[in-house]
Design a protein around this ligand. Structure first.
Ligand code: AFP
Length: 337
């Protein structure tokens, strides 16, 4: 009989001997939140029967938007355990403090509770993204400064994909490991140990309808991906418009995901702290690289919680080629002007 490895067992096995189990238990909390959110998102197709957000459903319950629901599940499962000193969520403007009645832990959780939620109504995969830092100041209760750390300092990061099946993929710095939720047991089972980006990469993912808004360097890079240059790579286009789903496919098949800056702005659409940072950490752990076009995402120190950033991530050879195009076209162009 083949061995079944549950996520609990795997996380525990990976815990170093000196550890007190705080991080291990925090990862369990997130896995539990993922199961509860998966249960809810699986029923999203029944929305016409159950009632839309803001309405009352047939059981007389008031419906919440699913991303608010997901935020509340994570917050409720994590705020009282004594493992966290602070949370930052895409859904809340300010950092979310740990209430004074609960003891303060030593980790910070940053998360996007339900990314791609505009895709729910059309039954497209969506996801949760999370990152975990050590808090900086152990004396005081959590403050914004505890969260404003570069992704290089993440202790762990991961995502949950609510797709044809629900998967939880995470890293604590020793590789990237994927677990698939077995709905019969209600348990995440190890299905994708030690994920590495395959070579050669198969796909590129970008919303090409924004082509005219990009800098010449990015345009030239996308032309190159599209096969318009003699040394173009043999990659095919795939874009879902749901970050976790696009990331997951490229992680398994190899490729590059791009969300460039537009119209001369420094940032793109995606957020540094709880989207780009955790995914950059994972892609690095899988042998790839993430950049804003000029520098590693892992090195960018956020100055505010909801900061946006241009994002290119995937197989290193493709991302480095993008950086070369930006250096040649954009930076040289700026020097001439
Ligand atoms: P929504 O949450 O509004 O669906 O946005 C999803 C997202 O933040 C991310 O998941 C996608 O990668 C990206 O936006 C897609 O953006 P475009 O629609 O501009 O291509």
């Amino acid at each position: 009989m083949s061995t079944v490895t549950t996520i609990e067992r795997f996380i525990l096995d990976q815990q170093p001997e000196y550890a007190r189990g705080e991080l291990t238990n925090l990862l369990y909390d997130i896995a539990l939140a993922a199961k509860i959110i998966a249960h809810k998102t699986n029923r999203a197709g029944l929305i016409d029967i159950l009632g839309e957000a803001g309405q009352t459903n047939v059981q007389g319950e008031s419906q919440q938007k699913l991303d608010i629901y997901a935020h509340n599940i994570v917050r409720q499962l994590c705020d009282h355990t004594g493992r966290l000193c602070l949370m930052v969520s895409e859904e809340v403007e300010e950092a979310v403090p740990i209430p004074d009645k609960y003891s303060k832990g030593s980790y910070v959780l940053v998360f996007d509770p339900l990314d791609g939620s505009s895709n729910i109504d059309v039954n497209v995969s969506i996801g949760t993204i999370f990152g975990i830092y050590h808090c900086v100041d152990h004396e005081r209760r959590g403050r914004e400064e505890d969260a404003l750390q570069p992704a290089r300092d993440l202790v762990a990061a991961g995502y949950v994909l609510y797709g044809a099946s629900t998967m939880l993929v995470y890293s604590t710095g020793s590789g990237v490991h994927g677990f698939t939720l077995n709905p019969e047991y209600g348990e995440f089972l190890l299905s994708h140990p030690h994920l590495r980006l395959p070579e050669p990469p198969a796909y590129y993912s970008v919303n090409a309808s924004y082509y005219r808004r990009w800098s010449p360097g990015v345009q030239r890079f996308v032309d190159w991906l599209e096969g318009k240059e003699a040394d173009s790579p043999n990659v095919s286009a795939r874009y879902i418009g749901s970050l976790v789903a696009d990331f997951h496919r490229n992680l398994l098949r190899g490729g590059i995901f791009c969300y460039p800056a537009e119209g001369g702005r420094a940032g793109g659409k995606l957020r540094l702290l709880y989207e780009a940072g955790p995914l950059a950490y994972l892609i690095g752990q899988a042998g790839g690289y993430a950049s804003d076009g000029r520098r590693a995402i892992l090195d960018i120190v956020p100055t505010h919680l909801h900061q946006r950033v241009a994002l290119f991530m995937g197989n290193r050879s493709l991302v480095e080629r993008l950086e070369t195009f930006i250096r040649l076209e954009d930076e040289a162009g700026a020097a001439e002007a």
